[in-house]
Design a protein around this ligand. Structure first.
Ligand code: NAD
Length: 441
């Protein structure tokens, strides 16, 4: 099986690496020449646990290679995966320009039948646009080659991407021909050994499934955050409420954590894009408007707590921040709540000292305020007036509290992910606040 993957970001690189790991011959293409030079030299553009080892192993075996020219290897390709970015356009809709650019290139170079698989998250109807762009490009170049389009949305979670790809809960594939379905089944058969299901459907439904899944997950987060904020007012504890409702199998116990709002490269833009699709078709999705509104407010919930304790003028105050990436096990800073929190802190006059195990370099590209990045979590605490825990990295879970207290100017902990034990910390003399727990501080 010969496969081309276009776009070597979180999705494309994981897809290419994992497909090569089960024996396919994969060429990963990107327009970013530096990224490709680095990959050819074994340097990965992203942090994703386990990925580097798979990339190195398969590159060594000659099954995984990298290039900038889609034309190379296209002759033998059975399938071409489009995994380029679909960023938020000016009006909130998904910007398809990168996807269409790839489709045009495919049209220019395709020589033999292949399935063109859209893996990028794209609105319903995009596969039709991809098909049209390929056909139009073929016509411009005086060629006519048979092909099929397919939609294969990706559900991997950054930080657990390899496992999600290798042992997925499900694989959703939208097709419009049996020939395409056969190719797709063959590609994913090695992963079927684990007993998971491929769910074949029509293309519009596959495209919609991805948006509906992310919108549902974002809704759960905003719902829990909304209830958490009410718990605080009423003297209830969202952690206990979570156990109470999560034990109902109709609700389930996953994805019910209160916190400082969702971020990342997917939920914010996908929720917006789905809202925009609804508007464009005369069916505004009112619920998602609220989901988004709650999330925007929630991103600064910890900052507001801090201001209630230290005042709104933070001049002369030093704040330690633990965790910057939008979630643990990734260096992805896109839409991370830490960005807005740190901007608010600096605007209020605070000095920020931050530590993240992997995302500090990436953070520098997203946070245009003066921040001191420290070599470890304890250095960030020196003379701090408060510690804000923003990302629940495993290594922050069991700190040496005596050392923490000795380093800080003021023993104030604001836990944005509810990972610490209030009683334990209060017994050690800390003032502790988290999300959604009443009667604190
Ligand atoms: P990314 O920004 O990390 O990577 C996209 C890559 O595409 C970049 O390296 C860019 O240089 C390359 N590219 C752009 N135009 C190109 C072209 N014409 N030819 C070749 N390469 C080109 O993006 P990502 O996070 O991997 O996301 C890709 C898509 O997958 C998006 O639609 C996203 O919504 C979706 N998705 C992402 C995740 C995730 O967790 N990151 C999960 C599921 C789905």
């Amino acid at each position: 099986m010969k496969i081309i993957v276009v776009g070597t970001g979180y999705v494309g690189l994981v897809t290419g690496a994992c497909l090569s790991d089960v024996g396919a011959e994969v060429v990963c293409i990107d327009i970013d020449q530096q990224k490709i030079r680095n990959l050819q030299a074994g340097i990965l553009p992203i942090y994703e646990p386990g990925l580097e080892e798979i990339v190195h192993r398969n590159a060594q075996k000659g099954r995984l290679s990298f290039g900038t020219d889609i034309a190379s290897g296209i002759r033998e390709a059975d399938a071409i995966f489009i995994a380029v970015g679909t960023p938020e356009g000016e009006d909130g809709s998904a910007d398809l320009k990168y996807v269409i650019a790839v489709a045009e290139q495919i049209g220019e170079h395709l020589e033999d039948y292949a399935v063109i698989v859209t893996k990028s998250t794209v609105p319903v109807g995009s596969s039709v646009k991809v098909k049209e762009a390929i056909s139009a490009s073929m016509a411009r170049h005086g060629r006519q080659v048979p092909f099929d389009v397919a939609s294969n949305p990706e559900f991997l979670k950054e930080g657990a991407a390899i496992n999600d790809f290798m042992s997925p809960d499900r694989i959703v594939i939208g097709v419009e021909s049996d020939r395409a379905a056969k190719v797709m089944e063959q590609i994913y058969k090695p992963f079927l050994l684990n007993g998971f299901r491929i769910i074949f459907m029509d293309i519009p439904s596959a495209e919609m499934t991805k948006y509906a899944a992310n919108a549902m997950l974002a809704t759960r987060i905003s719902f829990m955050n909304d209830i958490a904020n009410l718990c605080e007012i009423l003297g209830a504890d969202i952690n206990q409420v979570r156990s109470g409702i999560g034990s109902d199998p109709r609700i389930g116990n996953k994805f019910l954590y209160a916190g400082i709002g969702y971020g990342g490269s997917c939920f914010p833009k996908d929720v917006k894009a789905l809202m925009r699709t609804g508007e464009q078709h005369g069916h505004p999705l009112k619920m998602l408007e609220i989901v988004e509104e709650i999330n925007e407010k929630q991103k600064l919930v910890l900052f507001r707590k801090l201001c209630r304790i230290l005042g709104t003028d933070l001049t002369g105050k030093r704040i330690a921040v633990w965790g910057l990436s939008f979630k643990p096990q990734t260096d992805d800073m896109r839409e991370a709540p830490s960005i807005e929190t740190i901007h608010a802190l600096v605007r209020a006059g605070a000095e920020v000292r931050a530590y993240d195990p992997v995302a500090m370099k990436e953070a520098g590209r997203h946070i245009d305020q003066p921040v001191t990045y420290t070599e470890d979590e304890y250095t960030a605490l020196e003379d701090a007036d408060a510690l804000m825990l923003l990302t629940e990295w495993r290594e922050f879970r069991l700190p040496d509290w005596e050392r923490v207290k000795a380093l800080m100017r003021r023993p104030l902990i604001l836990d944005g992910r509810n990972i610490y034990n209030a009683k334990e910390l209060e017994a050690q003399g800390f003032v502790y606040q988290c999300i959604g727990v009443g009667n604190q501080g």
